[in-house]
Design a protein around this ligand. Structure first.
Ligand SMILES: Nc1ncnc2c1ncn2[C@@H]1O[C@H](COP(=O)(O)OP(=O)(O)O)[C@@H](O)[C@H]1O
Ligand SMILES: [Mg+2]
Length: 222
């Protein structure tokens, strides 16, 4: 591996333990920061090459050959305070991005070339399939120094905050594809049912009885 390196706690999420200090230009800093993370988070630490290029997050819906990537979300780190590293750190997620003063950090669909879009979609679907993701996921991707998309992280249980003001990427990508929140949730249920060989309409009509209009069928036809 080549310097600079990036360290992060193995088991955390939501950018816990992700700060600008995790970027290490020399081994002395690498050892110090790794020790700090080991001590603070009581878990192994991942050491990766730092990917200096643009960052994207990609929502996937479906299974097998039918899995598709929703419009790609691009991260605009220029909205972070001056001098901040272009990473989606804990501060970027929870300190600088406040409901009363939201950061305009996401661009969806990301304005990128068709060629880059195709290679991001390819690596996203490859990761989704090879890791056995099911129904939906959100995959973080970042470009290396030569512009090649690398998978940063796979989120098999992605955040799905319903309020558009909450900057939640999967519902945002779905909205960009014309899929509303309820439809998104229903689609996920349908993919899971199809994967399990469950006839959803039949099961719902059996469990909800004659008079109970099944919520799914009701809003699906609305
Ligand atoms: N190898 C890396 N190179 C550059 N930036 C990274 C690297 N790994 C993580 N990051 C930055 O840290 C953020 C959080 O890391 P990630 O692995 O996605 O964990 P999580 O989102 O679960 O906290 C990423 O969105 C990215 O901005
Ligand atoms: Mg992430």
């Amino acid at each position: 591996m080549n310097l600079p390196l990036f360290v992060k706690p193995l088991h955390e999420g939501s950018s816990k333990g992700i700060t600008d200090s995790n970027l290490c230009f020399d081994l002395k800093h690498l050892f110090r920061q790794t020790e700090f993370l080991l001590e603070s988070y009581k878990q192994p630490v991942l050491i990766e090459e730092y990917l200096p290029g643009k960052e994207f997050t990609c929502a996937v819906l479906g299974n097998g050959a039918d899995a598709t990537v929703l419009p790609i979300v691009g991260m605009n780190f220029e909205t972070l305070p001056k001098g901040a590293l272009p990473i989606y750190s804990f501060d970027a997620k929870f300190v600088w991005d406040r409901p009363e003063n939201p950061l305009d950090i996401f661009q969806c669909p990301a304005r990128i070339t068709q060629e880059l879009q195709a290679s991001i979609e390819r690596v996203t679907l490859d990761a989704f399939r090879v890791l056995g993701c099911r129904d939906w996921a959100r995959i973080d991707v970042r470009l290396d120094a030569s512009g090649v998309p690398n998978v940063l992280e796979v989120n098999p249980l992605p955040g799905i905050l319903p309020d558009p003001a909450d900057n939640s990427c999967l519902p945002k990508a779905a909205r960009a594809a014309g899929i509303g929140y309820e439809e998104l949730i229903q689609n996920c249920l349908k993919y899971a049912a199809a994967r399990q060989g469950v006839d959803l309409d039949h099961s719902l009509s059996r469990t909800s009885g004659a008079q109970g209009a099944p919520a799914l069928a009701a809003s699906a036809s609305a």
